[in-house]
Design a binder for this molecule. Structure first.
Ligand code: TPP
Length: 575
């Protein structure tokens, strides 16, 4: 369901009843058609957990609050529905801070309930009190502390509305224990009324006209597609528009899958570890149309050297993004899909640009992503390629953060939307594993593969216990280079090979670790075993963890070094 359309799923039969705050919370979740919640109990939120027990609403008990919130993010990313998280006060709430910041950066709809100490002791440094409103103010789309139980239904309804409409994001509701025990009137029938929050969905026709004209006079147009296309369920419209106008498309990291990875007009990912063709297309373009992307520095490289000859058109549902990093000549505040539909309807004539498309096609052929095979050791890129081939690309892939994330982005071609779950904005190590659990819960019948570094996996590996309990068939791939690979790469390239605290010569026995949780564990060291091992992993009926020992000093290329422009990539071809 489109996040922007689900705002009023509330049933008309909604009854007004007297009940406690904690009953209201559970009742409101039902009204919002929430099927699954992720969380961890504790003192201040116990009344709510009691209601969860009585009501039987499906609750996923992670083994750490960070696991719960990343699982909720994975669920939200794949399903398009809001992820709901329930945690206790103090450490429970502070343990979800990273996940909230992550969801804020990547525009994921979450509604997070945190327990709070009673209103009578707020501000006294009471046991397990933390100022979660202050802490999360800058990393939530909105947050509330409930002081009157009668306000709770309105607050919850607003929270779901705010989280899922416009540019999605996390909303936190801090619920003091006494408020959750008080009785009030549950009335969920009132429409949300927020005069100060009215996201612009439909594009301004005049601005669309300007863009149509710009496209028809451009010789070198290119589209930069971001996650906003996916959040708007706008992938089909994007394909239709670019096929109509024959405009080449580059993607951001989070926009992968918005345009099929194998499409003729797709140039690949742009930015620091993007393809040469995508980056050169942006550098040479005379019209750059960004759709649902925010010109993150990992995409633009040095701003002074970014798209120097291009007029910039920027379609974004969040007006604050337009002109933030890049001066924009054609701003269009709108939902990406609605803007694309309008552009398609205008059916403008694109000028004589076939030379441009041919040039880019040639660049794509001449400078493909590359790596060199070595019979003595598994190359990480080779591992990702095998997984892609052996799944026919029919899988949801989650990742952690680091080199493996970039290789997954480069070598796994996403031909469908919402199959790629990664932490882009915040770059949160420890994200990939729990996010895979949430993704598998959202899509029980699609293979889910978590591609992780040996270090990132160890940041949230406690969720092996949850995986064991639920017996979800998630495939855990450790791309084990015995180091903080991405850190090591930067130290090699920019710190004269001073590997300060980035090498892990001592490794845990990951097979035994998996077995401790009754999960199948495998270790693969040799290239000759690679194909068979990937098949065995994919064919295994339940969860499985595979420790793939890969080349330890492999670097991610090509690369835009810090301070360089997109056209100054290093490592575009093997030496
Ligand atoms: C929570 C957190 N701490 C630190 C970092 C900085 N960081 C980025 S990549 C990276 C190395 C990751 O190592 P690993 O998980 O083994 O993946 P690899 O790069 O080797 O594929 C580090 C430490 C981060 N992104 N997140």
């Amino acid at each position: 369901m489109s996040t922007k359309l689900r705002k009023n799923v509330v049933t008309a039969s909604c009854e007004k009843k007297m009940m406690t705050g904690s009953s209201m919370l559970v009742e409101a979740l039902k009204e919002e058609a929430v099927e699954i919640i992720f969380g961890y109990p504790g003192g201040a939120i116990l009344p709510t957990y009691d209601e969860i027990y009585k009501d039987g609403i499906r609750h996923i008990l992670a083994r750490h609050e960070q696991g719960a919130i990343h699982a909720a993010e994975g669920y939200a990313r794949v399903s398009g529905k809001p992820g709901v998280v329930v945690v206790t006060s103090g450490p429970g709430a502070t343990n979800v801070v990273t996940g909230i910041a992550d969801a804020m950066m990547d525009s994921l709809p979450l509604v997070v309930f945190s327990g709070q100490v009673a209103t009578t002791v707020i501000g006294t440094d009471a046991f397990q009190e933390s100022d979660v409103i202050g802490i999360t103010m800058p990393i939530t789309k909105h947050n509330y502390q409930v002081r009157d139980v009668n306000e709770l239904p309105r607050i919850i309804k607003e929270a779901f509305h705010i989280a899922t409409t416009g540019r999605p994001g996390p909303v936190l509701i801090d619920l003091p224990k006494d408020v959750s025990l008080e009785t009030g009137l549950f009335d969920y029938s009132k429409e949300v009324n927020l005069p100060g929050y009215q996201p612009t969905i439909m594009p301004n026709k005049l601005q669309i006209r300007k863009l149509v004209e710009a496209v028809s006079s451009a010789k070198k147009p290119v589209i930069l597609a971001g996650a906003g296309v996916l959040h708007a369920q706008g992938s089909e419209s994007l394909i239709e528009y670019v096929e109509q106008q024959q405009i080449p498309v580059a993607s951001t990291l989070l926009g992968l899958g918005a345009m099929p990875g194998t499409h003729e007009l797709f140039l690949g990912m742009a930015g620091m570890h993007g393809t040469y063709a995508a980056n050169m297309a942006i550098y040479q373009s005379d019209l750059l149309i960004s759709i649902g992307s925010r010109f993150d520095d990992r995409v633009t490289g040095n701003l002074k050297k970014f798209a120097p000859n291009a007029r910039i058109a920027h379609i974004d549902i969040d007006p604050a993004e337009i002109g933030k990093n890049i001066e924009t000549q054609i701003p269009i505040v709108a939902d990406a899909k609605e803007a694309l539909k309008e552009l398609i309807a205008q059916n403008g004539l694109r000028g004589q640009n076939s030379v441009w498309n041919e040039d880019l096609k040639q660049l794509k052929q001449e400078y493909p992503l590359w790596y060199t095979e070595d019979p003595a050791v598994i190359k990480p890129q080779q591992l990702i390629e095998r997984i892609y081939e052996k799944t026919n690309g029919e899988a949801i892939v989650t990742t952690d953060v680091g080199q493996h994330q970039m290789w997954a982005a480069q070598f796994f071609k996403f031909n469908k939307p919402n199959r790629w779950v990664t932490s882009g904005g915040l770059g949160t190590m420890g994200f990939g594993f729990p996010a895979a659990i949430g993704a598998q819960l959202a899509e029980p019948n699609t293979p889910v593969i978590a591609i992780m570094g040996d270090a990132g996996f160890q940041m949230t590996l406690q969720e092996l216990s949850l995986l064991q309990e639920m017996n979800l068939p998630v495939k855990l791939v450790i791309v084990n280079n015995a180091s903080l690979g991405m850190v090591r790469q930067w130290q090699q390239l920019f710190f004269e090979e001073r590997y300060s605290n980035s090498l892990f010569p001592v490794q845990p026995n990951f097979v035994k670790l998996a077995e401790a949780y009754d999960i199948k564990g495998m270790r693969v060291d040799n290239v000759t075993d690679l194909d068979r091992a990937v098949e065995e992993m994919l064919n295994h009926d339940g969860p499985v963890l595979v420790d793939f020992r890969v080349a330890e000093k492999e670097n991610v290329y090509p690369m835009v070094a810090p301070g360089a422009g997109l056209h100054e990539m290093i490592g575009v071809k093997p030496e």
